[in-house]
Design a protein around this ligand. Structure first.
Ligand code: GCB
Length: 590
């Protein structure tokens, strides 16, 4: 661009966003966190909302209001002048005026850092920030990450001082090229809503560690893979699983190594969620984890866990809270699981994006099987290579984070996408990526019914291990008999999960079974669904929609008032609706 003499960078340059749009924080810059001591930077931060992107246009990360030649320059922003907010948090919940805010939020805080070891390296870890996150340390731009629900890391070594100013610009603007795109059926919470912490590691450290039972049907062999970074004289890593008597030296070549060990572990299953403490050391670096061993595979239309047929008694769940937004606490996750177990579930669908890292850790302990999903939702910009790169990165970040979580049995690459050529190319590539990254789990997607033919038909299913199907007979499709016909018309050669069905009901609203939004209507839909599903021998599990009512701007009628009311429990996370008991009764006898 040719700049004229009166060109003012901060108000005329509409390419302002390019300088920080570098996406340099991605799955390749992740760090294995297991058991590492972390120093939380949670707590009080200063938040400045920035609707017009002035922060990026005008470089808010540089000192403002400086005194030059004895005169102080004017300033529009000071990192210490923002509103006091708690991190993790969503800005939508801090004051009513911010509820609908979409745009940039600049978080800032000061912190001290005292070196413990001369040669230590320091990383910043952010568990999740929705959606585009830019990090500035001591007036310098150091990293950019895309994706609203996966963790990321940036190295601070050499840049971190004793007294530090950190600024994090989070932008939750909905755009058509993002994953998800503009249009979803959940609320677009904004902000730094998961933990933010410092991690110190030695100069040479373990960057990645994966462990699993070898899926060879013998249930005997464990495989471990390790990668290290930095320079060290050590050419080995030491893997220990004391309870199994495992103490195995893994030799490393070019920073990586693997081992296959015969160990015959007690197998993990919902009725016996056996976990083992393990550690890996490399020079002065040690990481730990609590891991389980199980095998999941399909045979014909069956799902086999440790060689035994299993029926997935599930429920779908969002990360949503009327008070906290998208923030999940341990208490929250435990409540979700307690409700699921009370209903008789052995499985949950964590829709529609990666949930908090504790979700899978706690499921490991509780013996709940999990479906984990990336937000390739509805009308993604399937023809756009940058959108694909973003989706694939989110998938790889999720797999990196949860590879060792035994409860996770399914990676889902999307939800309800129209069967176009571009989508087939995009999502089949994601399915192949998931399989290449992890040969120990099943890959799927929640597909739509082919309504023209009223049967399960979607070209993507050729690339999936299990077919997920969302169907709303009894709700969006009022003629229930069509579900029975769909069941007869479909002859899938793979297991099918009914990943969604349900009906809206306002808690406490009662009436006849033909009156929508009453609990009785929803109860009747569940009864009919279950009666039909029980007759379909290829259906190997369900995750009805959904555990709790959740915040949703699309839902504005008098019964909804901004909530999707298909929860079997109301948004207070206490009051059960009638479908809860239908499902409970079904799961008791299943
Ligand atoms: C769906 C979507 C889910 C919606 C649900 C509904 O099919 O996958 O995200 O919230 O339907 O309530 O319409």
């Amino acid at each position: 661009m040719k700049k004229s003499g009166n060109f003012e960078e901060s108000i005329h340059n509409e390419e302002y966003y390019r300088k920080c749009d570098i996406r340099n924080l991605n799955y390749e810059t992740m760090l294995f966190k297991g058991g590492r001591k972390t120093e939380k930077l949670n707590g009080i931060w200063k938040l400045t909302v920035d609707q017009y992107d002035v922060g990026l246009r005008d470089n808010w990360h540089l000192p403002k209001g400086q005194v030059r030649n004895g005169v102080q320059e004017p300033w529009d922003y000071n990192p210490d002048d923002g509103m006091e907010v708690t991190v993790p948090g969503c800005w939508n919940t801090v004051k009513p005026e911010y509820f609908w805010f979409e745009g940039c939020g600049w978080y800032a805080r000061r912190f001290r850092y005292i070196k413990e070891e001369q040669s230590e390296r320091v990383f910043l870890h952010i568990g999740g920030a929705n959606y585009d996150c830019k990090i500035f340390l001591n007036n310098e731009f150091i990293g950019n990450h895309l994706g609203g629900s996966t963790p990321f890391y940036v190295e601070l070594t050499g840049k971190i001082l004793e007294e530090n100013l950190i600024q994090v610009c989070v932008n939750n603007t909905r755009t058509s090229d993002r994953v998800p795109m503009k249009n979803t059926d959940w609320f677009n919470w904004g902000g730094l809503y998961r933990d933010i912490e410092l991690i110190r590691v030695p100069e040479a450290y373990i960057s990645s560690f994966q462990i699993h039972l070898v899926p060879d049907g013998t249930f005997r062999n464990i495989r471990a893979e390790i990668a290290v970074s930095g320079t060290s004289a050590s050419k080995h890593a030491m893997l220990e699983i004391p309870e199994l008597g495992v103490r195995e030296e893994i030799s490393l070549t070019n920073g990586a190594g693997s081992a296959e060990i015969s160990a015959s572990p007690e197998l993990w299953a919902p009725e016996n969620p056996k976990l083992y403490d393990m550690s890996v050391s490399y020079g002065p670096d040690t990481v730990t984890d609590r891991v389980g061993f199980r095998e999941i595979r399909v045979e014909g239309t069956d799902i086999l866990l440790n060689g035994n047929k299993i029926w997935l008694k599930g429920i779908s769940v969002h990360e949503d809270d009327a008070r906290l937004g998208k923030v999940s606490s341990e208490e929250d996750i435990r409540r979700r699981y307690a409700h699921a177990k009370e209903m008789g579930c052995n499985y949950l669908r964590l829709s529609h994006y990666p949930h908090h890292e504790l979700a899978a850790k706690i499921a490991d302990e509780e013996g709940l099987l999990l479906w984990e999903e990336i937000p390739v939702y509805w009308a993604i910009d399937f023809a756009n290579p940058a959108t694909y790169a973003d989706a694939e990165n989110q998938l790889k970040e999720l797999i990196f984070r949860d590879y060792n979580r035994v409860s996770v049995i399914i990676w889902a690459v999307g939800n309800e996408n129209a069967d176009t050529d571009e989508r087939l190319e995009f999502m089949s590539s994601l399915a192949k990526t998931a399989k290449a990254a992890d040969g120990t789990r099943l890959v799927t997607a929640a597909c739509l019914v082919n309504h023209a033919k009223n049967r399960i038909e979607d070209r993507l299913t050729d690339y999936l291990d299990i077919i997920g199907l969302n169907e709303y007979y009894g709700w969006y499709k009022t003629d229930f008999s069509q579900l029975i016909d769909l069941g007869i018309n479909s002859k899938p050669d793979k297991p099918v999960l009914f990943t969604e069905f349900g009906a809206g009901a306002r808690s406490g609203h009662h009436g006849s079974i033909s009156e929508k939004f009453t609990e009785e209507y929803a109860e009747h839909v569940y009864e009919q669904q279950i009666e039909t599903i029980e007759k379909l021998d290829y259906v190997k599990g369900i995750s009805p929609w959904i555990l709790y009512d959740f915040t949703c701007p699309r839902r504005q009628n008098r019964y909804q008032n901004g909530f999707n009311r298909k929860g079997v429990i109301a948004e207070d996370k206490k009051t059960k609706k009638l479908p809860f008991y239908v499902l409970q009764e079904f799961y008791r006898r299943k």
